[in-house]
Design a protein around this ligand. Sequence first.
Ligand code: FAD
Length: 486
Amino acid sequence: MSGAPAAGAALVWFRRDLRDFDHAALHAAAGSARTVFCAFVFDREILDPLASRTDRRVEFILASVLELDEALRARGGALIVRHGFARDEIPALAQALGVDEVHANHDYEPAAIARDDAVRDALGACGIAFNTHRDQVVFERAQVLTRAGTPFTVFTPYRRAWLARLVPADVAPHAVAWRPGLPALPPEVFRSRPPTLASLGFAPTNLRTLGIPTGMQGGARLLAAFRRRIDDYATARDYPAVDGTSHLSVHLRFGTVSIRALARYGHDTALRVGPGAQTWLSELIWRDFYAQLLWHFPRVVEHAFRPTLEALPFPNDPARIAAWCEGRTGYPLVDAGMRELNTTGFMHNRLRMVTASFLVKDLLVDWRIGERYFAARLIDYDLASNNGGWQWAASTGCDAQPWFRIFNPVTQSARFDPTGGYIRKWVPELAQLDDASLHAPWLCPAETLRAAGVTIGREYPAPLVDHAAARTAALALFGRAAKDAR
Ligand code: FAD
């Protein structure tokens, strides 16, 4: 950063970027102001409507916020933490601290964009600038477009264009030029006891028992461990019984890791080593892809990306929905995935695809119902990626494939959990069955079931639907909708 800071004081408003390094807003504020205050708001606009008072995300955020505060204290400052409505808290805080500018990183979700517009207006009315920065993704908004200047709606050409556009500066760290007094210690009146889960109105979850590492240190630990596995990623990532993926999604969601650092690492490793890192980098590009898609097409939050498949006449049978949610569909792989989600707040990517496809195309349930169920439970819930993933699985979204791709839950099971390690973990009532019988227990001879202590309909449910018949029904439903739209 060159030259003397122009502004007297600035406020950095942390949101989904809970780190003190390689941080675009902090970097910009440190470059332009002599004094930099830091704040985080537990936003009641987001927290109050949450259905459950035990929410792993709140616990993850709290732990990460406390770690960030500690890191800022070690540098001589502190994090001002508020519990209220960010739309009101931030303008009030900025005025009370007497700052000239507020800095934050871009958010691409429609509700966050509306909140930021309101904050910008309120700050503007008191002569305070609101400066926002790209930080959450490598390329945002309209930075990667087709030759015709339109947004990409298919991933493969987007990925090609993304890679062609990338130069080292895009993933260079936004180093924070720390100097004495930066970050600033807030005046006494803004120093309060750190919040607790109880003071936020929440109860503890099993986050710690599960050993989910929080904060910047947790993100760094996961990355260090993943570095030892990345070469195998291209193959291992599809097998849920294998620890083949990075588990960094929750850290990317809350910004305790830097996407620039991860993309830089993925890109450099791909050049040196090959397919594992290449595939992993592609997954990070999927994340950018869905973020730009949400920004260009905010209607996808409620509507099918493909208008022709907007109003599919799904029966939405409540009994089927309940069985899917609770992991008792009678299809072991599907049930294992749903039980992993319910117990841990995480689900392996292969399972997200299988369970989503099963809900929509086997049980004939509107994708929006499943999308909301995931949204309430995933610790890494991200509107752009979740909506993108669900619409992809439901064939209503951005996919080069037509709607007749339907996952077979039995062949997926035999292929991706061949020795049943994942199913045995989450569906223990089937644990005694042999590897071959585990994927479709209702087809087992009675004596095999008896020897394994399983009676279909008692220890484990009969399949809720017959996959072959369900597939035919789904093809007919989608086919009629596509024909009517012509
Ligand atoms: P890794 O395999 O290590 O991948 C590295 C990172 O790349 C991930 O952390 C994630 O940020 C990104 N990534 C990987 N796959 C995808 C993808 N398909 N789309 C977008 N980004 C991707 N991901 C979320 O972060 N939040 C969600 O709410 C979410 N919902 C999903 C819903 C459905 C129906 C589907 C099919 C996928 C969803 N995904 C979501 C994508 C993916 O399943 C998770 O990112 C991944 O399982 C997280 O595990 P990981 O961190 O070990 O991933």
